[in-house]
Design a protein around this ligand. Structure first.
Ligand SMILES: Nc1ncnc2c1ncn2[C@@H]1O[C@H](COP(=O)(O)OP(=O)(O)O)[C@@H](O)[C@H]1O
Ligand SMILES: [Mg+2]
Length: 289
């Protein structure tokens, strides 16, 4: 039985539901699958769990070409061939050419670790299923050396997905699932304060208003999320922008919107209606009305 209890860290705020999901996954020894829009704190969650529990943090970034096997080990035949022709190494020692992958690293770690399998939906559909067996039994065999790598302690496995693709049912069944929904205003303001403790309250309030207005616009190709807001607040601070100008002018719009079409749509609205206030009836900055 695992007695680790997670309750967030100073730099990462968790909702009650998310905290419960983390603790249940650890207690049951199941992978925790986290879905949500990009920028909602999925990657940071795994980092925060490792920090809170004082565990080594192992990150496996998944790409479209990643294969499950690479997470276990790779046999570097090219290096071995090279050494057999030009090197002085003993090429009969195959162990030298076996490189553990991230799963292999997590299994063989002396201490229990947090293993983040980040953006699992980037890989092909077979990928999650191919990992199931090893994640279940927590060991794998290396035929080249006759070795079996067995987890000393079951790592805390966090798997994230931006929901670009649906994941296979067999995989979903084995995971504890949590969807990080976009934070409400109160939570988002708290997250900003975690990153900018000295932020002027008026600037925060105006930035939040403008941000939620942009997010509410219909037809955006990419809604801005927490990470864009954090970057934007930083830009507003560094740029010395007066809070009164934030809502009417939305300076540094390119920090929030990354798609040309979204950018143009918002610019048009700002210019044609003389600022955000007129369209939304916000009372702040009356002089712009
Ligand atoms: N709950 C939270 N508490 C503190 N910071 C957060 C939280 N959620 C998101 N962030 C911040 O937002 C940014 C994006 O988070 P990240 O984990 O990279 O998102 P994702 O992996 O979901 O795309 C990071 O700078 C992170 O610190
Ligand atoms: Mg991420």
């Amino acid at each position: 039985m695992d007695h680790n209890i997670y309750s967030g860290t100073a730099d990462y705020l968790v909702s009650d539901d998310l905290r419960n999901a983390v603790n249940i996954a650890m207690a049951l020894g199941r992978p925790l699958l986290i879905k949500g829009e990009p920028g909602t704190g999925k990657t940071m969650l795994a980092n925060s769990i490792a920090q809170a529990l004082g565990m080594p943090f192992i990150i496996w970034n998944i790409k479209s070409t990643t294969k499950a096997q690479e997470g276990l080990y790779v046999y570097d035949t090219v290096q071995r061939l090279y050494d057999s022709q030009f090197g002085e190494n003993d090429v009969s020692d195959i162990k030298r050419y076996i490189k553990l992958g991230k799963l292999g690293e997590a299994f063989s770690s002396e201490r229990q670790s947090v293993l983040l399998i980040d953006e699992v939906d980037k890989a092909d559909l077979e990928f999650p299923n191919d990992l199931l067996w090893e994640l279940d039994i927590m060991n794998f065999y290396i035929p080249e050396t006759g070795e079996t790598i067995t987890a000393r302690q079951r790592p805390v496995v966090v798997i994230t997905s931006n929901a670009e693709k649906e994941l296979p049912d067999a995989f979903l069944r084995r995971c504890i699932f949590h969807y990080i929904s976009f934070p409400d205003e109160e939570m988002l303001a708290s997250i900003v304060k975690v990153h900018f403790p000295e932020l002027e309250p008026n600037l925060l309030a105006e930035a939040m208003k403008a941000f939620y207005w942009v997010r509410s616009l219909p037809g955006l190709l990419k809604k801005p999320s927490t990470s864009e807001l954090l970057d934007w607040v930083q830009a507003l601070v560094v740029g010395g922008i007066h809070p009164e100008k934030i809502v009417s002018e939305i300076p540094f719009l390119g920090v929030i919107l990354k798609k040309n079409q979204d950018f143009d749509q918002v610019l048009k609205r700002i210019h044609s209606a003389g600022g955000v206030q007129r369209q939304t009836g916000w009372t702040a900055g009356k002089k712009y009305l």
